[in-house]
Design a protein around this ligand. Sequence first.
Ligand code: ADP
Ligand code: MG
Length: 635
Amino acid sequence: MAQHQFQTEVSKLLHLIIHSLYSNREIFLREIVSNASDALDKLKYLTVADDAYKSISFDPRIDISFNKVNSDPSDPASPAASSPKTGSTLTIADNGIGMNEADLADSLGTIARSGTSSFLEKLAGDAKKDSNLIGQFGVGFYSAFMVADKIEVISRKAGEDKAWKWTSDGKEGYDIEPSQRDTQGSTVILHLTEEGAEYANRWSIEDIIKRYSNHVAFPIYLTYDEKEYDDKGKEKGSKTKTDRINSGTAIWRRSKSELKEEDYNEFYKTLGHDTEEPLFYVHTKAEGTLEYSTLFYIPQKAPFDMYNADYKPGVKLYVKRVFITDDDKELMPTWLRFVRGVIDSEDLPLNVSREILQQNKVLLNIKNGSVKKLLGEFKTLSDNNKEKWETFISQFNRPLKEGLYQDYANREAILELVRYKSTTTEGWTSLADYASRMKADQKNIYYITGGDEKTLKASPLLEAYRAKEIEVLIMDDEIDDIVIPSVGKYKDWDIKAVNRAGADEELGEKKDKAAEKEIKPVIEKIKKALGDRVKDVKLSRRLHDSPSCIVADENDPTMQMAQMLKAMGQAEMPEIKPILEVNGDHPIVVALKDTEDEGRIADVSGVLLDQALLVEGVKIKDPADFVKRLNRLLV
Ligand code: ADP
Ligand code: MG
């Protein structure tokens, strides 16, 4: 029985990892090595920034060794007693920051990472999809239980004398007991299962390290036994050798000409815990008043936590190659939170604190420069690589739209990137493309919001625009309703909603004066019948085939928006009343001219209003009343 129980989430995650990542189980080594590298980063930082650690002699390295036992099942003495099954082990040691008793319990018995529970909820139980998600999440230490049925971690924290041993079989819990270790750091000993035993092998270790951890910025050494032979080719013993097996320079500091696409992609996998290749990367070296290097990656898929308030930032900060933080949301604007990568500055002091970072001018300049650079690269991609651009937009259109709202300084550049649907083209269109299709005398850019693409395309509000061959952008993303009114303009054109009063100037005259005069009494009748259900009733210039539509007053939220705000818990919203517009040529409306039957006028008016609401996807207040009126009219 283990002394300590795993936190429930650990047990869940363990189970999931073992079952969904099994076909990709070699990544356990990447995870253990990246933990060693993180531990070295942390200590390196302390030795330069904190006087208490300056006396530590620090020669950072990661050491891998293995012990392969060729077990013979027929020999009862064969499997070594140390491992329940195979006796083969794989050991990864670092001389980094180390862990004390409490750290071991916290780090390897619970999951501190924010967003874990929401992540667990997302998992569907479909191994293939889940393994993709888990890959993005970064599986971490526990992935080693895919190849080991027992793990020991012997660790000593820098600056402390005592060492501790954590042991677990990856089932219910773990034990911690006092142990021995000569220097600070951690040694992870994996007792390999029968299938895991294939990793107790020089070639597979080298191969996996080259593939996933080649660019870890500390040297990784592999120790192995090499057989020696005499002149006659007879084995005469073996010699222990240690080779360095990674290239290990900070890739972002190297020059672009030295690096191949594979180098970049390999580094991305270590950095982003992603099993897929990145969509593209941007590598910049700035020299001049400020000196810094940045290497940014755009993933193929939006990070699983992109819409969580407590998302994990994707950009790490280094100062002169020393890792400072990977948990600072200020390094990138929130609307670029999907970007992965590294910022390495020459001009920041090493002992920067969080608080100083936030107001630091150097960092602010780097950040602004990086955003500009990324925006420029996005634009180039949109011009030159249709396929990648489509992928990009399918994943990141929404955060870009957030940028329109939040980042005033870059609004113009972002406006060139966001994409919308449209009444005249299939797929995505840009505002620039829309503008290029505008007729010479068109005054505004038009859009419609409030519903899904299908509902919007069927809206009667679009009839007159269609008849006049004026293109309308279909904005079916909830966020558009909030963002676009705040943007207001693209170049010199106003961007106007078709479901607002005032967007119909270009649709020509309502009717000739005489006809307008003739229809006026009808409008009055409807207005009287509807009373305070509407703000106003007007003769429409937008309608062609439909008898009526609703629009919002210029400064009111639209009905759909009001509905959305209410659903989001904004109970205090004042009631928004629509303006009803009627089609003066439609037989239903025309027929009202000759009737004074108040009951009938009330029924027709009610139906004109409710049907206009229904087509726009707005819930009507009293469906029973609507049906009654409709049925009375049908006889
Ligand atoms: P993550 O690396 O994403 O935090 P892991 O599951 O890989 O998640 O590791 C959990 C934690 O265990 C780490 O955050 C770290 O605090 C601790 N840890 C793991 N390996 C080491 C190590 N070699 N040295 C020091 N701490 C370690
Ligand atoms: Mg880790």
